[in-house]
Design a protein around this ligand. Structure first.
Ligand SMILES: Cc1cc2nc3c(=O)[nH]c(=O)nc-3n(C[C@H](O)[C@H](O)[C@H](O)COP(=O)(O)OP(=O)(O)OC[C@H]3O[C@@H](n4cnc5c(N)ncnc54)[C@H](O)[C@@H]3O)c2cc1C
Length: 379
C-alpha cells in the first residue's frame, strides 16, 4: 500500500480544497427535514455547476473521469470541509453508474444530466418486508399488460423516496424461473397515483425512509434496464457501487465525531480519568485502523481491478466503531448531551441502523468468513 499521492492527485486535491474554501456550506438546518434536504440539494447543485458533483463519472457525462484515489480524495475533502453529502447520493453513486453500465444511449441521455444536477432525485426500491439480506426472494411482481409492464407489490426502507422522481426498482417478471433469473430491473417513475409513499418514523424522530405501496404502476419497455430477466446482474452492479467511495466519507466523519468528543471530554476535565482515556484511546485506534483499511481496499481495486473483502470489513468496522463512539459520548456527557433535538442524541440513535443499512453486520461477517478465511459456507 502506497499512501503517497502523485503530482496529479495532489493538484486535484489542491483544486478541490480551494473550491471548498471558496464555497463554505451554509449552516446545517436543524429539526426541519425539508429544509435539511434543500440544503443538501442546493449544495449538490453548486458542486454540479463547477463539475464536482460526480468526479468519478466520465467527463462526457459531466464528471471528471477521476481515478479511484481522486474519488477517495473527494470524499475525504467533502467530510473535512463539513460539506453535506449530496442530496442525490443514490443517483450519483448507484443509479448513474448502473445506467452507464447497462443503459441504452437514450436512457443515458435522458437520466444522467438530471441526476447530476439533483433535478431528479433517485431512490432504491430493492428491500421488501420479506426480502432484505435475502434479496432474491423478493415478491414485487411486474406483468405484461397491453404493451406495458404493470407492477404490484410492496417495498420498504426506501430512503429518500419522499423526494424522489425515479426509483431503481427490482421486480419479479418470471415467477417460474429460478429465483435469481426471474427478476428485471426497472427505472420506475414515482410520480403516478399507483405509487404510494408512506414515511416511516425512525427512532431519531425523523423519517429518512419509507414504505412504498405499488398498486398497478405502469412502466414502459424503454424503462427496463439491462434486459428482461437480467435484473439480478444489473442489481449487482448497483450493489457493488454502493460502498465505493463512501468508506472514505464515513471514516472522515467518524474522525470528526471522535475529535469533537475528545474536545468535549477535555472541557469537562474527563481525560485525567484513566478509564475514560482508555476508551477514547481504543476508539482512536479503531478510527486509524478503519482509515488504513479503507486505503488498503483502494490499493486492492487498483492492483486487481475489483474490490476485495475490505469493502465488507470497512462497513462492519465503521458501524461498530460509530456505535461505540456514540455510546461513549452518552456515557461521558450524560443526559444533558442527549436532550431531544441535540446532535449527540441524534447520532446515538441514528447509529443503531448502521449495522443494518447497506448489508447487516452478520451478513458481512459471513462474507469475511467465507471469502477471506475460507470457512465452510453457512448455507
Ligand atoms: C437506515 C436504512 C436505510 C435503508 N435504505 C434502503 C433503501 O434505500 N433501499 C432499500 O432497498 N433498502 C434499504 N434499507 C434496507 C436494508 O438494505 C435492509 O434492512 C438490510 O438488507 C437487511 O434486511 P432486513 O431488514 O430485511 O433484515 P433481514 O435480512 O430479515 O435480517 C434480520 C436479521 O437476520 C440476520 N441475518 C439474515 N440473513 C443472515 C445470514 N445468512 N446469516 C446470519 N444472519 C443473517 C441479519 O443480520 C439481521 O440481524 C435500509 C435500511 C436501513 C437501516
Amino acid at each position: 500500500m502506497d499512501l503517497t499521492f502523485s503530482e496529479s492527485e495532489l493538484a486535484f486535491r489542491d483544486d478541490l480544497r480551494a473550491w471548498f474554501r471558496a464555497h463554505a456550506p451554509a449552516p446545517e438546518p436543524q429539526g426541519d427535514e425539508l429544509a435539511h434536504f434543500c440544503w443538501r440539494r442546493d449544495y449538490q447543485r453548486l458542486l454540479a455547476r463547477d463539475g464536482w458533483a460526480a468526479v468519478h463519472w466520465p467527463a462526457r457525462y459531466g464528471g471528471r473521469g477521476a481515478t479511484l484515489t481522486e474519488s477517495a480524495i473527494f470524499f475525504v475533502e467533502l467530510g473535512r470541509h463539513g460539506a453535506p453529502m449530496m442530496a442525490n447520493v443514490l443517483g450519483l453513486l448507484l443509479a448513474g453508474p448502473t445506467i452507464m453500465s447497462w443503459g441504452t444511449d437514450a436512457q443515458k441521455e435522458r437520466h444522467l444530466g438530471p441526476i447530476l444536477t439533483a433535478e431528479e432525485i433517485w431512490c432504491q426500491g430493492f428491500s421488501e418486508p420479506d426480502a432484505g439480506s435475502d434479496l432474491a426472494s423478493l415478491k414485487t411482481r411486474a406483468r405484461r399488460e397491453r404493451g406495458h409492464w404493470v407492477v404490484t407489490g410492496q417495498k420498504v426502507w426506501t430512503s429518500g423516496a419522499q423526494h424522489s422522481k425515479w426509483c431503481m426498482l427490482l421486480a419479479r417478471t418470471d415467477p417460474d424461473a429460478p429465483r435469481h433469473k426471474g427478476l428485471t430491473y426497472f427505472l420506475m417513475d414515482m410520480e403516478q397515483d399507483a405509487v404510494d409513499v408512506r414515511p416511516l418514523r425512525q427512532i431519531t424522530g425523523s423519517s429518512e425512509f419509507n414504505e412504498l405501496f405499488i398498486d398497478g404502476a405502469v412502466i414502459s419497455d424503454e424503462q427496463v434496464l439491462g434486459g428482461v430477466g437480467n435484473g439480478w446482474g444489473v442489481a449487482l452492479t448497483t450493489l457493488m457501487n454502493e460502498r465505493a467511495g463512501l468508506a472514505f466519507f464515513l471514516q472522515v466523519r467518524l474522525r470528526q465525531l471522535l475529535d469533537r468528543l475528545l474536545r468535549e471530554a477535555a472541557d469537562r476535565g474527563l481525560l485525567a480519568d484513566q478509564a475514560v482515556a482508555e476508551r477514547l484511546g481504543e476508539l482512536h485506534v479503531r478510527a486509524e485502523v478503519l482509515r488504513l483499511t479503507a486505503y488498503r481496499g483502494l490499493t486492492t481495486v487498483q492492483k486487481y481491478g475489483q474490490p476485495g473483502p475490505e469493502g465488507s470489513l470497512t462497513k462492519w468496522m465503521w458501524s461498530d466503531a460509530n456505535q461505540r463512539l456514540t455510546q461513549l459520548a452518552a456515557d461521558l456527557l450524560g443526559p444533558q448531551a442527549l436532550a431531544a433535538g441535540g446532535s449527540w442524541g441524534y447520532e446515538l440513535l441514528r447509529a443503531r441502523g448502521n449495522s443494518i443499512e447497506g448489508g447487516t453486520t452478520e451478513v458481512l461477517k459471513n462474507i469475511v468468513a467465507e471469502r477471506v478465511l475460507g470457512l465452510p459456507k453457512s448455507r
